[in-house]
Design a protein around this ligand. Structure first.
Ligand SMILES: [Ca+2]
Length: 485
């Protein structure tokens, strides 16, 4: 016990009170909502931003080397900026992927690992991308699917916010395998006319109206196409672009989903969740379904073209950064699978990712990048403050060096995670290697060599010749944060 003279006790007491008040202020600041992280009112935003997301779009695009699908508008955008050839989603499902990229946090940090949870109810301190732009003087405009349907970050938008249809963190449970839901998803839809009745057509019309209305102000416009998400839908003219008989099936096609020999059983879920749900796919049906996916992609591409035409008509191109991305990958019959859910194969996590705009080079980057890199990149390009107070921070890395030189040195791998049957799978991708580990190895692991096996047909993890690579890749998985921070 320490005894102090009465006068010193008073001084110490005062100091303690001051220290406590200071700590309280610090805590209050660190917990404060993003509105406190805006720029001074006098600072002028540099650029407009348009982010275009396409739902369940893998890099099945002309600019990514697919020589069958017709996507002239996205191809043109790619030719005007940097196309990332190895870009990865952090989770192969809508809500977890979007909640991650739109808050700058890994799914293991947001806690959103399915399509039912609302990130802000779980973590009120998370800052969303549109919220941050709104706090910094931008008009934030939403058209179409940006956050997951029904789980919008409503207040982040100046216009277009969708009222959440539930309170609390989790929406009321529904049965994803119900007959109604299956019938709605697992079909092919031919639209009338130019697709005017479809939400994606209306999405583009709304986006064009926003551009006309806000052209004189700094704006952040997010446009979310729902296609090619199931059910594939497009006007007849887009189906007519493709001959199903000439569409090749993947070499590892099978009539139902199954882990190939040599791969962990957990690596492919036994039941599809989007197409061919609970039923086998014949080769002829599979070709028809791929044709419908292609038609749906071309329909989406036309809507992108309508918006980009308006950008040019309004002379906004020179002051607008334009991003195009898919929210995760998709199996189109690879390993018998017709969806993305629960898969950490390359085809389920690799996405199209294009960034174009003032000062950005034209080219193709082979570096491994993540959708998580988008938030810090836009913050940097637009000169905004960081959205989080240290020690909290945006995950991912700003891509400025690659936007200036797509071949620049880059030392970051790409990470993805998924939870299936209560087990966590973790994936790390370098330019050559892809390693996946399930439940800390208890449910298996796989190592794929993209220099020799780009379709991921052979699991090298059990081969002692690759033990050193497995060890190195396993070690890098520890970089994935495991909890909110
Ligand atoms: Ca999706």
């Amino acid at each position: 016990m320490i005894f102090l003279r009465p006068d010193r006790q008073t001084v110490v007491a005062k100091l303690l009170v001051c220290a406590c008040l200071s700590a309280l202020v610090l805590v209050a600041v660190s917990l404060a909502p993003i509105s406190s992280r805006g720029t001074a009112a006098s600072s002028k935003p540099k650029y407009n931003v348009i982010v275009i997301a396409s739902d369940d779009l893998r890099p099945t695009l002309g600019c990514y080397g697919n020589n069958i699908v017709k996507t002239p508008n996205v191809d043109k955008l790619a030719s005007q900026g940097v196309r990332f050839d190895r870009a990865y989603a952090q989770y192969p499902l809508c809500n977890p992927s979007r909640s991650s990229l739109l808050t700058g946090k890994y799914p293991t940090q947001t806690g959103v690992l399915d399509n039912e949870f609302y990130f802000r109810a779980l973590h009120p301190d998370l800052v969303s991308l549109p919220q941050h732009f709104k706090a910094n003087g931008y008009a934030t405009l939403r058209s179409g699917k940006i956050f997951h349907g029904g789980i919008d970050d409503t207040e982040a938008w100046t216009e277009g916010g969708e009222v959440r249809n539930f309170t609390g963190a989790q929406r009321p449970p529904s049965n994803p395998d119900s007959a109604d839901r299956t019938a709605q998803s697992d079909r092919i839809v031919v639209l009338e006319g130019n697709g005017e009745s479809n939400g994606d057509y209306r999405m583009a019309t709304q986006a064009i109206e926003y551009l006309e209305k806000y052209q004189g102000k700094p704006f952040f416009l997010a446009i979310g196409a729902v296609k090619p998400h199931s059910p594939p839908a497009a006007p007849k003219k887009f189906f007519d672009l493709y001959d199903a008989d000439k569409i090749p099936l993947p070499p590892d096609f099978s009539s139902r989903p199954m882990a190939p020999p040599g791969f962990p059983e957990i690596s492919i879920a036994r039941r599809n969740t989007d197409l061919f749900i609970g039923r086998d796919a014949s080769p002829a049906e599979a070709r028809e379904m791929i044709r419908a996916y292609y038609a749906s992609v071309s329909f989406m591409d036309e809507q992108v073209g309508r918006v980009l035409d308006a950008v040019d008509r309004l002379h906004l191109r020179e002051k607008t950064i334009i991003v195009f991305l898919g929210d995760h990958g998709y199996h189109l019959g690879e390993k018998g699978k017709w969806s993305k859910a629960y898969s950490l194969f390359d085809v389920a996590t690799r996405v199209p990712f294009i960034v174009a705009g003032p000062g950005i080079k034209k080219g193709v980057s082979p570096r491994t990048v993540q959708l998580l890199d988008l938030f810090p990149t836009l913050v940097e390009l637009c000169g905004l403050p960081q959205p989080y107070e240290l020690p909290a921070r945006l995950e991912g890395h700003n891509l400025i060096s690659l936007l200036r030189n797509p071949q620049a040195k880059w030392n970051y791998p790409a990470f993805s995670v998924v939870r299936y049957q209560g087990k966590l799978g973790k994936s790390v991708r370098t330019e050559r290697w892809h390693y996946v580990r399930w439940d800390d190895g208890k449910a298996g692991e796989m190592l794929l060599d993209h220099a020799n096996d780009p379709l991921e047909l052979k699991n090298l993890a059990p081969d002692p010749a690759y033990a050193r690579t497995v060890t190195e890749m396993r070690r890098s998985l520890t970089q994935i944060p495991v909890a909110s921070q």
